[in-house]
Design a protein around this ligand. Sequence first.
Ligand code: GUN
Ligand code: FE
Length: 440
Amino acid sequence: YLTPIVHSLSLSKLEMVPHALVAVSAGRVAWVEHLKDRQDPAEAAEKHGIDYEAADKVVVSEGFMCPGFVDTHTHAPQYPNNGLGGSLQLLDWLVELTFPLEQEYDDAAYAAKVYKEVVRRNLAVGTTTACYYGTLHSTTTLLADACAAAGQRALVGRCSMDTGSGTYVEASAEESMATTDLFLQHFDTLPSEAQQLVKPVLTPRFALSCTSQLMADLGKLANERDLAVQTHICENPTEIARVKEVFPAISTYAGVYEAHGLLRKGTILAHGVHLSEAERAVIRRSGAGISHCPGSNTNLNSGAARVLAMLEAGIPVGLGSDCSGGCEMGILPQLRNASTVSRVLAFEGQTARSLSTAELFFLATRGGAELCRWDDVGHFEPGAQFDALWVRPRSPGMWVEGGEAVEMVFEKWLCSGDDRDIGAVWVNGRLVSGASPVEA
Ligand code: GUN
Ligand code: FE
């Protein structure tokens, strides 16, 4: 790929290269050459023993390429509810809107239809890696199948929930664990290439949906088999108060998960809006990380998460769209929401400063990938999986003269562009959405 590139080297370091030659082999970045202004790409390729003329090439003469987005927390089955419920708070929203919709996924035909559409749409908005919640039904395997078929990198979790949600609940911890066991077995039946891309994640829905026994069983399984875990934490004040009532012997929400063996590297905690400093310290020590879902936190009136404090504590952080708590698809809107929330916190003197563009883009890509334990995703360093976007101006907000510096097109896109500006999406080197610049 002969192209301008933008990617994160670290939390605070964004690299923009106006002329890069990116060699991709077997789905991974083999090497990257930064070309000086009029340097011949053939000469750069020759250094690596590649005949430039004979090689398969993609030349990006408009826009730039960047790593695909990582959505570290979203609920595929809630897609039909996107845009609803913004007047409610979490626990009422679950009962009134969310649990009734999720119950529909008992129907495999309905599940297959929605899951296929969710994966297609998420790829189109540039989500190359997604960490998905399904429902409690075994039809969640159809979500894994949809990701495998479309070529999306994903963690897919079936909700474990044996208490606290009326008729939408599993009969017992034993039954729940047996269903989880079958669910995990499904991933071994995926085509071998897809097994590298689509993996299971244990999903105790949240502390109020699980008995102590169920959480302990899941914690034991996660530790025995080194499985990823996802759940929700400290999203809403009423939720937190209820957790204290249900687990009176444990003083904090994070403590509840810690006591059940659920806090470890590879655990993704969604929200964390109202975490205390002591809880951040517990999470930091455990290696678990946080999915920041600013759109959802605002829409469900949950609050403003202290992302800067999480980063300063050394906690891994990524961004999550949390469909349908949040109502926008993909991570570009969440990058903006994270920026807005962090600026308001700074305006109000709640935090020392807002998040920088470099930090926001890191959270949207490389930081999210690290949270999902995909360290070779979300950047273009040699050895990285080639999960990439081609961004070129098409939406009305992106009107530019042509020939602009990559810095300007990048900034304009982050602030005023949208998914119409995403021309092509690759996962693991495979084109999964849009059309490659060659054919365009
Ligand atoms: N807590 C428990 N379940 C959910 C859910 O579906 N969405 C959100 N935002 N929070 C939850
Ligand atoms: Fe959620």
